[in-house]
Design a protein around this ligand. Structure first.
Ligand code: 4AD
Ligand code: MG
Length: 476
Protein backbone atom coordinates (compact mmCIF):
# COMPACT_ATOMS: atom_id res chain seq x y z
CA UNK A 1 0.00 0.00 0.00
CA UNK A 2 1.29 3.47 -0.85
CA UNK A 3 2.23 5.45 2.21
CA UNK A 4 0.00 8.21 3.50
CA UNK A 5 1.61 11.31 4.91
CA UNK A 6 1.00 11.99 8.56
CA UNK A 7 0.00 15.55 7.78
CA UNK A 8 -2.89 14.35 5.63
CA UNK A 9 -4.09 11.95 8.30
CA UNK A 10 -3.96 14.59 11.03
CA UNK A 11 -5.63 17.23 8.88
CA UNK A 12 -8.63 15.07 8.19
CA UNK A 13 -11.48 14.08 10.49
CA UNK A 14 -12.00 10.86 8.59
CA UNK A 15 -11.65 7.61 10.58
CA UNK A 16 -11.95 3.87 10.01
CA UNK A 17 -9.75 3.52 6.97
CA UNK A 18 -6.54 1.58 6.40
CA UNK A 19 -3.21 3.31 5.91
CA UNK A 20 0.49 2.68 5.78
CA UNK A 21 2.65 5.33 7.37
CA UNK A 22 6.42 5.48 7.16
CA UNK A 23 8.57 7.64 9.39
CA UNK A 24 10.80 7.80 12.43
CA UNK A 25 10.03 7.07 16.05
CA UNK A 26 9.98 10.14 18.26
CA UNK A 27 9.11 8.21 21.41
CA UNK A 28 7.85 4.83 22.50
CA UNK A 29 5.87 4.50 25.74
CA UNK A 30 4.64 1.52 27.73
CA UNK A 31 5.67 -0.88 24.96
CA UNK A 32 2.52 0.26 23.22
CA UNK A 33 2.38 3.89 22.10
CA UNK A 34 4.67 4.99 19.28
CA UNK A 35 4.87 8.69 18.41
CA UNK A 36 5.69 8.74 14.71
CA UNK A 37 6.97 11.68 12.69
CA UNK A 38 7.55 11.67 8.95
CA UNK A 39 8.61 15.29 8.49
CA UNK A 40 5.41 16.28 6.68
CA UNK A 41 4.32 18.34 9.67
CA UNK A 42 5.28 19.28 13.18
CA UNK A 43 2.92 16.97 14.99
CA UNK A 44 3.47 13.29 15.57
CA UNK A 45 0.90 10.64 14.88
CA UNK A 46 0.37 8.10 17.62
CA UNK A 47 0.37 4.47 16.58
CA UNK A 48 -0.87 1.96 19.12
CA UNK A 49 0.51 -1.52 18.80
CA UNK A 50 -0.97 -4.74 20.05
CA UNK A 51 0.31 -5.91 23.40
CA UNK A 52 0.89 -9.26 21.77
CA UNK A 53 3.36 -7.87 19.18
CA UNK A 54 6.46 -10.00 18.62
CA UNK A 55 8.96 -9.15 21.36
CA UNK A 56 11.88 -9.13 18.93
CA UNK A 57 10.16 -6.34 17.00
CA UNK A 58 9.13 -4.40 20.10
CA UNK A 59 12.76 -4.30 21.22
CA UNK A 60 13.75 -2.64 17.99
CA UNK A 61 11.17 0.15 18.24
CA UNK A 62 13.52 2.78 19.63
CA UNK A 63 13.69 6.55 19.30
CA UNK A 64 15.01 7.42 15.85
CA UNK A 65 14.28 4.02 14.24
CA UNK A 66 12.63 4.08 10.81
CA UNK A 67 9.34 2.15 10.71
CA UNK A 68 6.58 1.25 8.35
CA UNK A 69 3.27 0.82 10.13
CA UNK A 70 0.13 -0.63 8.69
CA UNK A 71 -3.15 -0.09 10.43
CA UNK A 72 -6.50 1.59 10.76
CA UNK A 73 -7.06 5.27 11.51
CA UNK A 74 -9.38 5.49 14.50
CA UNK A 75 -10.69 8.24 16.74
CA UNK A 76 -8.23 8.72 19.57
CA UNK A 77 -9.21 8.23 23.17
CA UNK A 78 -6.11 10.03 24.39
CA UNK A 79 -5.86 13.77 24.84
CA UNK A 80 -4.05 15.98 22.36
CA UNK A 81 -4.92 14.16 19.17
CA UNK A 82 -8.11 13.57 17.26
CA UNK A 83 -7.00 10.40 15.55
CA UNK A 84 -4.47 7.65 15.99
CA UNK A 85 -3.52 4.45 14.25
CA UNK A 86 -4.45 1.05 15.52
CA UNK A 87 -1.49 -0.87 14.16
CA UNK A 88 -1.93 -4.23 12.45
CA UNK A 89 1.73 -4.67 11.61
CA UNK A 90 5.02 -2.93 12.27
CA UNK A 91 8.02 -3.33 10.02
CA UNK A 92 11.45 -2.10 11.10
CA UNK A 93 13.03 -0.33 8.12
CA UNK A 94 16.12 0.91 9.93
CA UNK A 95 17.28 0.27 13.49
CA UNK A 96 18.55 3.11 15.63
CA UNK A 97 21.13 2.31 18.28
CA UNK A 98 19.82 4.20 21.27
CA UNK A 99 23.07 3.85 23.20
CA UNK A 100 24.57 6.19 20.63
CA UNK A 101 21.60 8.25 19.46
CA UNK A 102 22.01 11.73 20.92
CA UNK A 103 18.33 12.72 20.77
CA UNK A 104 17.82 10.46 23.73
CA UNK A 105 19.32 13.19 25.88
CA UNK A 106 16.75 14.21 28.42
CA UNK A 107 17.77 17.87 28.24
CA UNK A 108 16.76 19.60 25.06
CA UNK A 109 19.91 19.70 22.91
CA UNK A 110 21.17 23.24 22.24
CA UNK A 111 21.08 24.76 18.77
CA UNK A 112 24.89 24.99 18.84
CA UNK A 113 25.20 21.32 19.67
CA UNK A 114 22.77 20.38 16.91
CA UNK A 115 24.76 22.33 14.34
CA UNK A 116 27.47 19.73 14.78
CA UNK A 117 25.21 16.73 14.21
CA UNK A 118 23.86 17.17 10.73
CA UNK A 119 21.51 14.17 10.57
CA UNK A 120 19.93 14.86 13.90
CA UNK A 121 19.26 18.49 13.39
CA UNK A 122 16.56 17.93 10.79
CA UNK A 123 14.73 15.55 13.10
CA UNK A 124 14.09 18.06 15.83
CA UNK A 125 10.86 20.03 16.09
CA UNK A 126 12.68 23.34 15.83
CA UNK A 127 14.57 22.59 12.63
CA UNK A 128 11.63 20.73 11.19
CA UNK A 129 9.59 23.90 11.59
CA UNK A 130 12.36 26.21 10.35
CA UNK A 131 12.99 24.28 7.17
CA UNK A 132 9.34 23.80 6.33
CA UNK A 133 8.91 27.56 6.69
CA UNK A 134 12.04 28.11 4.57
CA UNK A 135 10.58 25.89 1.86
CA UNK A 136 7.25 27.69 1.95
CA UNK A 137 8.94 31.08 1.65
CA UNK A 138 10.97 29.87 -1.34
CA UNK A 139 7.77 28.69 -2.99
CA UNK A 140 5.98 31.96 -2.21
CA UNK A 141 8.86 33.90 -3.77
CA UNK A 142 8.56 32.05 -7.07
CA UNK A 143 4.79 32.37 -6.90
CA UNK A 144 4.95 36.13 -6.33
CA UNK A 145 7.19 36.77 -9.31
CA UNK A 146 5.50 34.27 -11.55
CA UNK A 147 2.09 35.86 -10.92
CA UNK A 148 3.57 39.22 -11.92
CA UNK A 149 5.09 37.91 -15.14
CA UNK A 150 8.74 38.02 -14.08
CA UNK A 151 11.07 35.57 -15.80
CA UNK A 152 13.23 33.43 -13.49
CA UNK A 153 16.77 33.85 -14.77
CA UNK A 154 19.58 31.50 -13.79
CA UNK A 155 22.65 33.66 -13.54
CA UNK A 156 26.05 31.99 -13.34
CA UNK A 157 27.69 30.83 -10.14
CA UNK A 158 31.17 31.07 -11.63
CA UNK A 159 31.94 34.55 -12.93
CA UNK A 160 34.89 36.69 -13.88
CA UNK A 161 33.49 39.92 -12.45
CA UNK A 162 33.06 41.34 -8.97
CA UNK A 163 29.50 42.64 -9.07
CA UNK A 164 29.71 44.50 -5.79
CA UNK A 165 33.27 45.70 -6.31
CA UNK A 166 34.00 44.78 -2.71
CA UNK A 167 36.68 42.20 -3.45
CA UNK A 168 35.16 39.58 -1.18
CA UNK A 169 35.32 36.69 -3.59
CA UNK A 170 36.25 33.03 -3.46
CA UNK A 171 38.60 32.16 -6.25
CA UNK A 172 37.72 29.32 -8.63
CA UNK A 173 40.77 27.71 -10.16
CA UNK A 174 42.30 24.43 -11.22
CA UNK A 175 45.84 25.83 -11.13
CA UNK A 176 48.19 24.04 -8.75
CA UNK A 177 49.39 25.82 -5.62
CA UNK A 178 52.85 24.38 -6.10
CA UNK A 179 54.47 25.32 -9.36
CA UNK A 180 51.73 27.82 -10.24
CA UNK A 181 52.33 29.00 -13.83
CA UNK A 182 53.66 32.53 -13.81
CA UNK A 183 54.21 35.23 -16.37
CA UNK A 184 57.57 36.89 -16.87
CA UNK A 185 56.71 39.60 -14.37
CA UNK A 186 56.05 36.96 -11.71
CA UNK A 187 52.25 37.30 -11.59
CA UNK A 188 50.01 34.24 -11.97
CA UNK A 189 49.39 33.26 -15.57
CA UNK A 190 45.64 32.76 -15.62
CA UNK A 191 45.77 32.01 -19.32
CA UNK A 192 46.78 28.54 -18.10
CA UNK A 193 43.76 28.27 -15.83
CA UNK A 194 40.61 26.29 -16.62
CA UNK A 195 38.70 29.26 -18.04
CA UNK A 196 41.79 30.95 -19.39
CA UNK A 197 41.22 33.82 -17.00
CA UNK A 198 40.79 34.54 -13.33
CA UNK A 199 37.36 33.48 -12.06
CA UNK A 200 35.46 33.43 -8.78
CA UNK A 201 32.20 32.41 -7.17
CA UNK A 202 29.56 35.05 -7.70
CA UNK A 203 28.73 37.61 -5.01
CA UNK A 204 25.53 38.59 -6.84
CA UNK A 205 23.64 37.77 -10.02
CA UNK A 206 22.70 41.39 -10.59
CA UNK A 207 24.96 42.33 -13.48
CA UNK A 208 23.89 39.37 -15.57
CA UNK A 209 20.33 39.99 -14.37
CA UNK A 210 20.48 43.51 -15.76
CA UNK A 211 21.24 42.15 -19.23
CA UNK A 212 18.18 39.93 -19.05
CA UNK A 213 15.98 42.75 -17.72
CA UNK A 214 16.96 44.78 -20.77
CA UNK A 215 15.25 42.15 -22.90
CA UNK A 216 12.53 40.54 -20.79
CA UNK A 217 11.55 43.66 -18.91
CA UNK A 218 11.14 41.96 -15.55
CA UNK A 219 13.33 39.15 -14.29
CA UNK A 220 14.46 37.73 -10.99
CA UNK A 221 17.26 35.49 -9.85
CA UNK A 222 17.15 33.15 -6.87
CA UNK A 223 20.38 31.37 -6.25
CA UNK A 224 23.40 30.87 -4.05
CA UNK A 225 25.88 33.70 -3.62
CA UNK A 226 29.26 33.62 -1.96
CA UNK A 227 31.15 36.17 0.07
CA UNK A 228 34.56 35.69 1.56
CA UNK A 229 34.03 38.44 4.11
CA UNK A 230 35.46 37.46 7.44
CA UNK A 231 32.36 38.44 9.42
CA UNK A 232 31.70 35.98 12.16
CA UNK A 233 28.30 37.37 13.10
CA UNK A 234 24.82 35.97 13.58
CA UNK A 235 23.79 37.71 10.32
CA UNK A 236 26.53 36.67 7.88
CA UNK A 237 27.13 33.52 5.91
CA UNK A 238 29.90 32.83 3.41
CA UNK A 239 27.33 31.01 1.25
CA UNK A 240 23.82 32.40 1.24
CA UNK A 241 20.85 32.59 -1.11
CA UNK A 242 19.74 35.80 -2.67
CA UNK A 243 16.67 36.86 -4.62
CA UNK A 244 17.39 39.65 -7.08
CA UNK A 245 14.59 41.14 -9.17
CA UNK A 246 15.59 43.56 -11.91
CA UNK A 247 12.97 45.72 -13.60
CA UNK A 248 13.22 47.78 -16.77
CA UNK A 249 11.48 51.18 -16.95
CA UNK A 250 11.40 51.40 -13.15
CA UNK A 251 12.74 54.05 -10.79
CA UNK A 252 13.60 54.04 -7.11
CA UNK A 253 10.01 54.53 -6.01
CA UNK A 254 8.83 51.59 -8.14
CA UNK A 255 11.65 49.57 -6.64
CA UNK A 256 10.60 50.37 -3.08
CA UNK A 257 6.98 49.54 -3.86
CA UNK A 258 7.98 46.21 -5.37
CA UNK A 259 10.20 45.29 -2.42
CA UNK A 260 7.52 46.17 0.09
CA UNK A 261 4.79 44.26 -1.76
CA UNK A 262 7.14 41.33 -2.16
CA UNK A 263 8.09 41.08 1.51
CA UNK A 264 4.49 41.45 2.63
CA UNK A 265 3.30 38.86 0.13
CA UNK A 266 5.72 36.16 1.21
CA UNK A 267 5.15 36.79 4.91
CA UNK A 268 1.41 36.58 4.36
CA UNK A 269 1.83 33.35 2.47
CA UNK A 270 3.89 31.87 5.31
CA UNK A 271 1.31 32.97 7.89
CA UNK A 272 -1.45 31.34 5.89
CA UNK A 273 0.40 28.13 5.15
CA UNK A 274 2.73 27.49 8.09
CA UNK A 275 0.52 28.34 11.03
CA UNK A 276 1.38 25.30 13.11
CA UNK A 277 5.12 25.66 12.59
CA UNK A 278 5.02 29.40 13.30
CA UNK A 279 3.03 28.86 16.47
CA UNK A 280 5.61 26.35 17.58
CA UNK A 281 8.46 28.75 16.77
CA UNK A 282 6.65 31.53 18.59
CA UNK A 283 6.47 29.43 21.77
CA UNK A 284 10.10 28.45 21.36
CA UNK A 285 11.07 32.09 21.08
CA UNK A 286 9.02 33.02 24.14
CA UNK A 287 10.84 30.32 26.13
CA UNK A 288 14.17 31.61 24.91
CA UNK A 289 13.28 35.17 25.78
CA UNK A 290 12.57 34.22 29.37
CA UNK A 291 16.35 33.95 29.75
CA UNK A 292 16.76 37.57 28.68
CA UNK A 293 16.44 40.74 30.70
CA UNK A 294 13.19 42.68 30.43
CA UNK A 295 14.47 45.37 28.04
CA UNK A 296 16.09 42.85 25.72
CA UNK A 297 12.83 41.05 25.12
CA UNK A 298 10.83 41.79 22.02
CA UNK A 299 7.65 43.71 22.54
CA UNK A 300 5.63 41.53 20.22
CA UNK A 301 5.21 37.79 19.91
CA UNK A 302 6.39 36.34 16.60
CA UNK A 303 3.03 36.06 14.84
CA UNK A 304 1.91 39.45 16.12
CA UNK A 305 5.14 40.93 14.73
CA UNK A 306 4.54 39.37 11.31
CA UNK A 307 0.93 40.55 11.26
CA UNK A 308 2.11 44.01 12.22
CA UNK A 309 4.47 44.05 9.22
CA UNK A 310 1.54 43.20 6.96
CA UNK A 311 -0.73 45.83 8.44
CA UNK A 312 1.67 48.79 8.31
CA UNK A 313 3.45 50.60 5.52
CA UNK A 314 7.21 50.57 5.79
CA UNK A 315 8.71 53.88 6.85
CA UNK A 316 10.60 55.65 4.04
CA UNK A 317 13.39 58.08 4.87
CA UNK A 318 16.53 59.34 3.21
CA UNK A 319 19.97 58.58 4.54
CA UNK A 320 20.35 62.26 5.44
CA UNK A 321 17.15 62.13 7.50
CA UNK A 322 18.36 58.93 9.15
CA UNK A 323 21.61 60.59 10.23
CA UNK A 324 19.66 63.57 11.59
CA UNK A 325 17.43 61.26 13.62
CA UNK A 326 20.49 59.50 15.02
CA UNK A 327 22.22 62.79 15.89
CA UNK A 328 19.06 63.92 17.64
CA UNK A 329 18.53 60.67 19.55
CA UNK A 330 18.85 60.20 23.31
CA UNK A 331 21.15 57.26 22.55
CA UNK A 332 23.57 59.59 20.73
CA UNK A 333 23.36 62.31 23.33
CA UNK A 334 24.05 59.80 26.09
CA UNK A 335 27.00 58.48 24.05
CA UNK A 336 25.43 55.02 23.81
CA UNK A 337 26.65 54.36 20.25
CA UNK A 338 30.04 52.70 19.95
CA UNK A 339 30.60 54.02 16.44
CA UNK A 340 30.76 57.58 15.24
CA UNK A 341 27.64 59.21 13.75
CA UNK A 342 28.07 61.83 11.03
CA UNK A 343 26.98 62.31 7.45
CA UNK A 344 29.01 59.98 5.25
CA UNK A 345 29.37 57.01 7.63
CA UNK A 346 28.36 53.53 6.63
CA UNK A 347 25.72 53.00 9.31
CA UNK A 348 26.64 50.28 11.77
CA UNK A 349 24.12 47.74 12.95
CA UNK A 350 23.65 49.64 16.25
CA UNK A 351 22.50 52.65 14.21
CA UNK A 352 20.19 50.63 11.99
CA UNK A 353 18.70 48.88 14.98
CA UNK A 354 18.11 52.15 16.75
CA UNK A 355 16.15 53.47 13.77
CA UNK A 356 14.09 50.35 13.32
CA UNK A 357 13.60 49.05 16.84
CA UNK A 358 13.60 52.19 18.95
CA UNK A 359 12.62 55.08 16.73
CA UNK A 360 10.17 53.78 14.12
CA UNK A 361 9.43 50.33 15.54
CA UNK A 362 8.78 48.92 12.07
CA UNK A 363 10.65 48.15 8.85
CA UNK A 364 12.35 51.21 7.40
CA UNK A 365 13.49 51.90 3.85
CA UNK A 366 16.51 54.20 3.82
CA UNK A 367 17.27 55.84 0.46
CA UNK A 368 19.78 58.13 -1.20
CA UNK A 369 23.02 57.11 0.45
CA UNK A 370 26.35 58.90 -0.04
CA UNK A 371 27.90 57.66 -3.28
CA UNK A 372 31.20 56.78 -1.62
CA UNK A 373 29.75 53.97 0.50
CA UNK A 374 27.74 52.34 -2.29
CA UNK A 375 28.47 50.31 -5.43
CA UNK A 376 29.49 51.76 -8.79
CA UNK A 377 26.24 50.85 -10.59
CA UNK A 378 23.87 53.00 -8.52
CA UNK A 379 22.30 55.97 -10.22
CA UNK A 380 23.83 59.36 -9.36
CA UNK A 381 21.37 61.86 -7.90
CA UNK A 382 21.14 65.47 -9.01
CA UNK A 383 23.16 66.60 -5.96
CA UNK A 384 26.22 64.71 -7.24
CA UNK A 385 26.80 63.45 -3.67
CA UNK A 386 24.19 60.76 -3.19
CA UNK A 387 22.97 57.81 -5.23
CA UNK A 388 19.48 56.35 -5.73
CA UNK A 389 20.12 53.48 -3.31
CA UNK A 390 17.68 51.81 -0.97
CA UNK A 391 18.27 49.52 1.97
CA UNK A 392 15.41 47.92 3.86
CA UNK A 393 16.07 47.50 7.56
CA UNK A 394 14.00 45.01 9.53
CA UNK A 395 13.47 44.82 13.30
CA UNK A 396 15.85 42.35 14.93
CA UNK A 397 17.71 41.78 11.68
CA UNK A 398 19.07 45.05 10.30
CA UNK A 399 19.63 45.17 6.55
CA UNK A 400 17.44 42.64 4.78
CA UNK A 401 17.35 44.23 1.31
CA UNK A 402 19.90 46.26 -0.61
CA UNK A 403 19.07 47.76 -3.98
CA UNK A 404 18.99 50.82 -6.19
CA UNK A 405 17.95 52.46 -9.37
CA UNK A 406 20.78 51.74 -11.80
CA UNK A 407 22.97 54.23 -13.59
CA UNK A 408 21.65 53.85 -17.12
CA UNK A 409 23.68 56.76 -18.58
CA UNK A 410 26.78 55.37 -20.27
CA UNK A 411 29.18 58.26 -19.65
CA UNK A 412 28.25 58.66 -16.02
CA UNK A 413 28.57 54.93 -15.41
CA UNK A 414 31.99 54.71 -17.00
CA UNK A 415 33.09 57.70 -14.96
CA UNK A 416 31.96 56.03 -11.72
CA UNK A 417 33.69 52.80 -12.68
CA UNK A 418 36.93 54.63 -13.29
CA UNK A 419 36.64 56.55 -10.04
CA UNK A 420 36.03 53.34 -8.14
CA UNK A 421 38.67 51.24 -9.87
CA UNK A 422 36.22 48.89 -11.60
CA UNK A 423 37.86 47.46 -14.75
CA UNK A 424 35.94 49.16 -17.57
CA UNK A 425 37.49 47.08 -20.34
CA UNK A 426 36.63 43.71 -18.77
CA UNK A 427 33.08 44.88 -18.14
CA UNK A 428 32.32 45.93 -21.68
CA UNK A 429 29.76 43.11 -21.93
CA UNK A 430 27.87 44.87 -19.12
CA UNK A 431 28.37 48.36 -20.52
CA UNK A 432 26.85 47.18 -23.79
CA UNK A 433 23.43 47.43 -22.11
CA UNK A 434 24.06 51.17 -21.79
CA UNK A 435 25.16 51.45 -25.39
CA UNK A 436 22.41 49.55 -27.13
CA UNK A 437 18.96 50.64 -26.03
CA UNK A 438 19.70 51.64 -22.47
CA UNK A 439 16.66 52.39 -20.31
CA UNK A 440 16.02 53.41 -16.72
CA UNK A 441 15.86 50.32 -14.53
CA UNK A 442 16.07 49.29 -10.91
CA UNK A 443 16.40 46.22 -8.75
CA UNK A 444 17.31 44.89 -5.37
CA UNK A 445 18.68 41.87 -3.53
CA UNK A 446 16.90 40.19 -0.64
CA UNK A 447 19.05 37.97 1.56
CA UNK A 448 16.95 34.81 1.79
CA UNK A 449 18.35 33.63 5.11
CA UNK A 450 17.76 37.04 6.66
CA UNK A 451 14.14 36.78 5.57
CA UNK A 452 13.91 33.28 7.07
CA UNK A 453 15.43 34.63 10.30
CA UNK A 454 12.82 37.34 10.41
CA UNK A 455 9.90 35.03 9.76
CA UNK A 456 10.97 32.19 12.06
CA UNK A 457 12.25 34.39 14.89
CA UNK A 458 15.47 32.41 15.01
CA UNK A 459 18.42 34.46 16.18
CA UNK A 460 21.41 32.95 14.42
CA UNK A 461 21.61 32.80 10.63
CA UNK A 462 23.42 29.45 10.90
CA UNK A 463 20.16 27.97 12.14
CA UNK A 464 18.07 28.85 9.10
CA UNK A 465 20.25 27.30 6.38
CA UNK A 466 20.56 23.51 6.22
CA UNK A 467 24.34 23.42 5.94
CA UNK A 468 25.90 26.70 7.06
CA UNK A 469 29.21 27.90 5.67
CA UNK A 470 31.00 30.43 7.83
CA UNK A 471 34.67 31.27 8.44
CA UNK A 472 36.51 28.12 9.53
CA UNK A 473 33.40 26.02 9.11
CA UNK A 474 32.41 23.96 6.08
CA UNK A 475 31.68 20.63 7.69
CA UNK A 476 29.28 18.17 5.99
O1 4AD B 1 23.34 44.71 -0.20
P1 4AD B 1 23.92 43.61 -1.04
O2 4AD B 1 25.39 43.41 -1.02
O3 4AD B 1 23.39 43.91 -2.52
C1 4AD B 1 23.73 43.26 -3.65
O4 4AD B 1 24.40 42.26 -3.71
C2 4AD B 1 23.07 43.82 -4.88
N1 4AD B 1 23.77 43.29 -6.06
C3 4AD B 1 21.61 43.46 -4.88
C4 4AD B 1 20.88 44.02 -6.05
O5 4AD B 1 20.65 45.21 -6.10
N2 4AD B 1 20.50 43.18 -6.99
O6 4AD B 1 23.23 42.24 -0.66
C5 4AD B 1 21.82 42.10 -0.73
C6 4AD B 1 21.30 41.40 0.51
C7 4AD B 1 21.59 42.14 1.81
O7 4AD B 1 20.66 43.16 2.03
C8 4AD B 1 21.48 41.02 2.82
O8 4AD B 1 20.12 40.75 3.12
C9 4AD B 1 22.03 39.84 2.05
O9 4AD B 1 21.94 40.15 0.68
N3 4AD B 1 23.43 39.56 2.40
C10 4AD B 1 23.83 38.54 3.18
N4 4AD B 1 23.14 37.57 3.79
C11 4AD B 1 23.84 36.66 4.50
N5 4AD B 1 25.18 36.65 4.61
C12 4AD B 1 25.92 37.62 4.00
N6 4AD B 1 27.24 37.58 4.11
C13 4AD B 1 25.23 38.61 3.24
N7 4AD B 1 25.65 39.68 2.52
C14 4AD B 1 24.54 40.24 2.01
MG1 MG C 1 23.95 46.04 1.21
Amino acid sequence: MARTKIKDILNSDKTDYSVTIKGWVRSFRNNQFIAMNDGSCLNNLQAVIDLGTDEAIVKRITTGAALSINGTVVASLGKGQKVEIKADSVEILGDCDNEKYPLQLKNRPSLEYLREIAHLRFRTNTFGAVFRVRHTLAYAIHKFFHERGFVYMHTPIITASDAEGAGEMFRVTTLPFDGTPRKEDGTVDYAEDFFGRSTNLTVSGQLEGELAAMAFGEIYTFGPTFRAENSNTARHLAEFWMIEPEVAFADLKDNMDLAEDFIQYVIKYALENCREDLEFLQTRLQDEEKQKSQNERSEMALIEKLEFVLANKFERITYTQAIDILLDSPAYKKKKFLYEVKWGIDMQSEHERYLVEKHFKKPVIVTDYPKDIKSFYMRMNEDGKTVAAMDILAPGIGEIVGGSQREERYELLVQRMEEMGVPVEEMSWFLDTRRFGSAPHAGFGLGFERLVLFVTGMTNIRDVIPFPRTPKNAEF
